[in-house]
Design a protein around this ligand. Sequence first.
Ligand code: V47
Length: 486
Amino acid sequence: MSTRSTGLCGRLCLSGLFDRRVCAGACLLGFFWVCFCPDESVPPAGDDRGTASAGQMGARRQQISFRGRLSRRSIPIKIFERSEGDDVYGWGLTHFCCEGIDLGIIMSKTLAAIREKVEAGVRLSFEDGLALEESNDLFALGSMANMVRERLNRNFGYYNVNTHINPTNVCVYKCDFCAFRADLGEDRAYVMDQAQIEERARQAHARGATELHIVGGLHHKLPFEYYVDVVKWIKSAAPEIHIKAYTAVEIEWFAKISRKPLETILRELMDAGLGSLPGGGAEIFHPEVREQICGAKASTERWLEVHRVAHKLGLRSNATMLYGHIDRPRHRIDHLVRLRTLQDETGGFQTFIPLAFHPDNSRMDEIPKPSGVMDLKVMAISRLMLDNFEHIKAYWVMLGLKTAQVALAFGADDIDGTVVHEKIYHEAGAETPQEVTVAEIQRLIAEAGRIPIERDTLYHRVERDGGSWTSREHIDAAALAGAVAG
Ligand code: V47
């Protein structure tokens, strides 16, 4: 406490304008006022998506103004945002502001207790997750997430060189958030044929891509064999490319239309050349949300089961969460806890990717895009809750390059690939380019203070020699840090 008071006083005594003892007294008075004055609840001001210290968890927010003659000049000292949670969350943040200058942040007891857990490597509870959601202290969240990121991935920032293929946009389901899908008879409906798929694979190979990311619609009429063939066509055109294909929702659909068990579906795809599963289709697991935005497609239990079976067969996979629509903090924390539980069981997830909702052209286009603060908060909280996931990806295509770069200081260690032919986000209004160069990605990572490392899909270090590339050892950040230092 004494250090904080000294810090505040020091900053109040800016340029020696005010007497140090007067400032110390004013700060103490202000602090005790904030801590012990009676509650004057005002209606919550933030929106209800958890970006502000909004009231959806029962938190009360208090606005206190304090004016005092501190010196020969009268200056307003505004002590604002004492957001006081209920019994569970304890205190919120206390900011001290002097004529618009933030004089410091006193971290809440709750956040301080969480920080202690993070420092000691103790797992955060569901309630801790909610408390993090309640907090507006972006820097505190970021610094805790950064601590975990650094512990797991040292000073490295990963990227890969990849291409997307969306074999068809025709889909039996009508998920509210989707701007990509089309009905069978629509003009914009398409199905890629063998020649088109092979051509895309050859282009990817020529560009030096190490990965093809495949995700598409669930076509009313195409048989499971088509989807197996897509994998085979790619393998024959570009044998060394890793195929990360089909979300758990698609795998579940294949099981349904072919009446085969999940294990058989996955084995057939693996025999054809499937290398891993992407993390899509998870959306929000909580039934209050899932039933509203995509109730018809694979249930939460089936999504998790597909990944469980895949992990059992030795396939690695990713996981996502689509946030910033009708989801609330408790839905997001529930989602993360469910993933963490499965990861405890299987250990098969590699990377978690929070996906920011893009509303344009979707059936939820009245909902605004998630804010920058929300993007960074979700990133940090994901890193903090998913203590058993090695990697957290800031997918620049949906975050935008600038936010993705900043996210590298909020828990993310990976920025995804150079990505060409991305349709899902661009149809939903993403303003990012279709592709960035390797040099640009490396520059963004380096400028964020990380060492850029090219990885393949399974996190092997990639070494390039002219136009060819080779996957080297599996990345162990500690060993790599030693090698870089040596
Ligand atoms: O499942 C669809 C999401 C996902 C919208 O595994 C939308 O490395 C925002 O899963 N606004 C597909 N999101 C993409 C995906 C993914 C992306 C990057 C990397 C990885 C990986 C996986 O995109 C869908 C859905 O959750 N989505 N529409 C939209 N309008």
